[in-house]
Design a binder for this molecule. Structure first.
Ligand SMILES: [Zn+2]
Length: 499
C-alpha cells in the first residue's frame, strides 16, 4: 500500500511538537580556530534569519502535547540565555557543498523542495552479499499496514504479538527495576525521580551505564547517525552518502518504516546500519513496561519484515532512558545507543531537528556543530552526534554543510556506522547475522558482564541468579553497583559525579 505525501505528513505534527522542547541540553561554547585558507561563512550572510536567534530552552511551543518530552536537568545552565544578549551565531566551515541550498533558504518557512528518486539497489529476493548468512530481501510491496498498529501512537498491549513479546521478556528471567513510569514533562515534573541517582535517568543529569554506547572508542572516529526516518528526504541524504562513500546508522521509527518501506530497503541494501527508534517516538520512561515492549517489539518486527533482519541496537527518543528502560531493551536484544555527552555543557546534539519548527536557525545549528568539533579534536576517543533525516532542513544542513565540513577536516575523521566504530562487522548489527562467538548476543553479554540480573540464567549466559544488589520487585533487579564501577572505569571521574 502506498501512502500519499499528505497522509504521511498528517502524522508528523505530533512528532514535531513532541520534539519541540527536546533540545534543552546546554551546549559548549568554545569555538575552534579557523585554519589558513578557511572558508568563512558568517551569520550575516543570512541576516534575516540570524537576526532572531532562537532560545529553544525558553518555553515549549504552542500546542505541545500533554506528553511533552523531558526537560533539562535541574541546575544545568545553557549557552543560549534568554534575553537580548545572545550573540549572533558565527561559524567557520572548511568546505561546503557547491550545490548546497543557501543558508538563507533553510528555515521553517521554506517551501517543500523536490525529492529525488530512490536508487535501485534493493532487488526483491536478492541476498545481501555484505552480510553473513543474511536472508533474501523481502518484497516490500507485500507489506500490509493493516497488519500493524496505528501509526504514530503507542501500540496497544493486548495484541497477540505484544503478549508474545511480553512472555519472551519474562522468559529471559531478567529482573526489571521496579521504577514507576515518569510523569510527562521531564525533570521539572519529576523532582523525586530526577534526584534519584540510582535510577540513572539520562534525561535528568546525563547518567549512563556501561551497557550504553555513548561514544566510539577510537579518537577521530565519528559514529554517524540519523534518527526519525525514513522520510521523503532520506533519498537525498542517501545520494550524498553514496557519492562520498559514507555509511551511516539509521535509527528508524517503526511508523515511518510502514510509510517508506522501499527507502528503508535502500538504506539496508546500501550497507548502512539499521537500528530501532520505537514505533511512535514517545519518551520511553513515561511508559509502562508492557508499553515499552510494544514500542520496541513492533519496530523490530517491521524492520525484519521489510529487510529480513532484526536490529540489535536501539536509541531511546529524546535519549530518555533509565535503568527500567535499559533492562527491557537489553532483554529484547537491543543495546542502547546514545549520543556523546562529555559534560552538562557539551552534549553532541546539533539541534538540527528544530529548524523545521522554527525553534532554532540553521546558523545556530552550524554553531552547535562547530562547538562539537571544538571538543572532538581534544578527545582521546571518538564520538557520536545526534542528527535527523526526517525533514528537508535537516538533510540540507547535513549534505550542504556539516558533512562537507567534516570530510575536509584535518586530521581526517573516520566516519562510519556505530557498529563499525565499535570495531564490529556490519553483520554484527543484526540478530540473524551476528557472529555469536565473537560478539555475544546483547542480553547474554549484559548478564555475563554483571549489568543485569536474572532469576534464571538464559542459555549461553553465566549470570548469577538472584544476586543483584539493586532494587527488586517481582523478579526484578539491576546490578547497580557493578554498573557504577564499570561506568567509572570507562569514563573516569568527570561524569561519575552524575550517577
Ligand atoms: Zn528521535
Amino acid at each position: 500500500m502506498k501512502f500519499t505525501k499528505s497522509t504521511v505528513f498528517a502524522v508528523l505534527p505530533a512528532l514535531v511538537a513532541a520534539h519541540g522542547i527536546d533540545n534543552l541540553h546546554a551546549r559548549h561554547v568554545q569555538a575552534r580556530q579557523a585554519p589558513p585558507g578557511t572558508l568563512v561563512v558568517a551569520a550575516s550572510s543570512s541576516s534575516s534569519v540570524a537576526a532572531a536567534p532562537s532560545s529553544p530552552a525558553a518555553s515549549p511551543p504552542a500546542g505541545s502535547p500533554a506528553s511533552a518530552p523531558p526537560g533539562s536537568p535541574p541546575g544545568a545552565s545553557t549557552s543560549a540565555p534568554a534575553g537580548g544578549s545572545t550573540p549572533l551565531p558565527s561559524f567557520t566551515l572548511l568546505a561546503t557543498n557547491p550545490t548546497a541550498v543557501p543558508l538563507s533558504a533553510i528555515n521553517s518557512l521554506q517551501p517543500s523542495s523536490a525529492t529525488i528518486p530512490l536508487p535501485s539497489t534493493a532487488v526483491v529476493g536478492s541476498t545481501p552479499t555484505f552480510l553473513t548468512n543474511a536472508p533474501p530481501l523481502p518484497n516490500a510491496a507485500l507489506l500490509n499496514p493493516t497488519n500493524y498498529p496505528k501509526l504514530d501512537v503507542p501500540p496497544p498491549i493486548d495484541s497477540p504479538e505484544v503478549q508474545q513479546w511480553i512472555a519472551e521478556v519474562q522468559a529471559t528471567g531478567v529482573e526489571i527495576p521496579n521504577l514507576n513510569p515518569t510523569n510527562p514533562g521531564g525533570c521539572p515534573n519529576n523532582t523525586a525521580a530526577a534526584a534519584d541517582q540510582t535510577r540513572c535517568w539520562w534525561t535528568c543529569g546525563g547518567c549512563t551505564r556501561s551497557t550504553d554506547v555513548t561514544e566510539c572508542p577510537t579518537a577521530l572516529d565519528w559514529g554517524l547517525t540519523y534518527d526519525d526516518g525514513p522520510s521523503f528526504y532520506t533519498p537525498n541524504l542517501l545520494q550524498f552518502l553514496d557519492q562520498n562513500n559514507l555509511k551511516s546508522t539509521f535509527f528508524v521509527v517503526g511508523s515511518r518504516a510502514i510509510s517508506f518501506p522501499a527507502t528503508l530497503q535502500e538504506e539496508y541494501m546500501g550497507q548502512h546500519q539499521i537500528a530501532v527508534h520505537t514505533w511512535s517516538h514517545p519518551p520511553l520512561t513515561t511508559l509502562s513496561n508492557e508499553e515499552i515492549i510494544a514500542e520496541l517489539g513492533w519496530t523490530k518486527k517491521v524492520i525484519k519484515d521489510v529487510t529480513g533482519v532484526t536490529p540489535n541496537m536501539m536509541r531511546p527518543p529524546y535519549g530518555d532512558i533509565d535503568d527500567r528502560v535499559r533492562a527491557i531493551s537489553l532483554a529484547m536484544g537491543l543495546t542502547p545507543v546514545m549520543w556523546t555527552r562529555i559534560s552538562p555543557l557539551a552534549t553532541f546534539d546539533t539541534d538540527d531537528f528544530d529548524i523545521h519548527g522554527g525553534l532554532t536557525t540553521v546558523q545556530q545549528v552550524l554553531q552547535n556543530w562547530e562547538n562539537i568539533l571544538g571538543n572532538v579534536t581534544t578527545m582521546t576517543n571518538g564520538f557520536i552526534v545526534l542528527e535527523h533525516d526526517l525533514f528537508e532542513q535537516t538533510v540540507e544542513v547535513a549534505t550542504g554543510y556539516i558533512l562537507p565540513d567534516a570530510l575536509a577536516h584535518k586530521p581526517p575523521f573516520n566516519i562510519r556506522p556505530v557498529v563499525n566504530c565499535l570495531n564490529r562487522d556490519l553483520s554484527d548489527a543484526y540478530i540473524e547475522t551476528n557472529n555469536n562467538s565473537t560478539n555475544p548476543p546483547v542480553f547474554s553479554a549484559a548478564v555475563s558482564a554483571g549489568a543485569l540480573t536474572t532469576t534464571s540464567a538464559p542459555a549461553g549466559a553465566t549470570g548469577s541468579s538472584g544476586s543483584g544488589s539493586g532494587s527488586k520487585s517481582a523478579g526484578v533487579s539491576l546490578h547497580t553497583s557493578s554498573w557504577v564501577s564499570l561506568f567509572g572505569l570507562v569514563f573516569g571521574g568527570a561524569l561519575a559525579t552524575h550517577l
